[in-house]
Design a protein around this ligand. Sequence first.
Ligand SMILES: CCCCCCCCCCCCCCCC(=O)SCCNC(=O)CCNC(=O)[C@H](O)C(C)(C)COP(=O)(O)OP(=O)(O)OC[C@H]1O[C@@H](n2cnc3c(N)ncnc32)[C@H](O)[C@@H]1OP(=O)(O)O
Length: 236
Amino acid sequence: MLAHIARRIGHFHGHQISSAILRRMRASLKTINPISLQDFSQPNPSWSPEMRKFYDHYNAQCDTDTETYENKTGPWRKLPSYNRSIKHATGGIYISKLIQAKARLFTRSVNEQGATFEYVAFFNKEEKICICLFQPGHLLEGAPGHVHGGAIATMIDTVTGTLAGYLSGPSVTANLNINYRSPVPLGSVVIIHCALDRIEGRKTFITCKVTSTDESKVYTEATVLFVSIKLGSLFG
Ligand SMILES: CCCCCCCCCCCCCCCC(=O)SCCNC(=O)CCNC(=O)[C@H](O)C(C)(C)COP(=O)(O)OP(=O)(O)OC[C@H]1O[C@@H](n2cnc3c(N)ncnc32)[C@H](O)[C@@H]1OP(=O)(O)O
């Protein structure tokens, strides 16, 4: 078990974490609080039939069965979603000595199912793209009956940030440019399509489009710049 954890904290999406951070993380493994990993992107009763239909569609094309973990041959990988990203890297353990223990990933911080951000993302390594099925809940209202622009920006940042992380390792958003084309109805299901535009040194440029599930309607378009960082810079 400890060997597994040590392997996981040594890498971030396949990128090496600095040895100083690793030493501090390993030292604090002595005082860890194990927390069971809950994948918040698994289907739940708040998901509409449409959300479930598209989840099944992409899940059937995944390279690994999400329940049995058997290898398959599909092009997609379903990305798990935890309420603390550091738990992802450490296999379910967060390091309370290093980082504020009560911190939670913004999009996974409300427990009521269906109230805020219901989403699941799939990554296609070959094509360097990510898609996300997003069902915005009633607590995300902006214009009456429609989703707040900040909530849409949050989801775009989250999914493009996830793609940047998988492609370039630890990165932060440096620039997020959004055009809101049409209001998104609360409770609808939309698809967030993200694709790598280019990588220039530390800079990863991602394009993003939010559409209806049949892709006939474009709700939002965005371009996002991520800059790679040393993970240690976040910890001072
Ligand atoms: C641990 C385990 C995780 C596990 C898995 C997690 C999964 C869970 C998924 C959740 C996913 C959430 C994703 C949220 C992601 C955020 O929301 S991050 C939070 C918001 N962003 C921030 O707080 C960033 C604040 N800004 C900064 O820290 C610094 O300004 C930056 C961006 C690191 C750049 O500073 P720097 O390192 O000193 O670099 P600098 O030399 O200034 O710039 C580097 C290059 O970028 C360019 N650049 C920098 N800023 C800009 C800009 N605004 N516009 C244009 N160009 C720029 C520079 O011109 C330069 O270009 P070149 O000269 O190389 O051509």
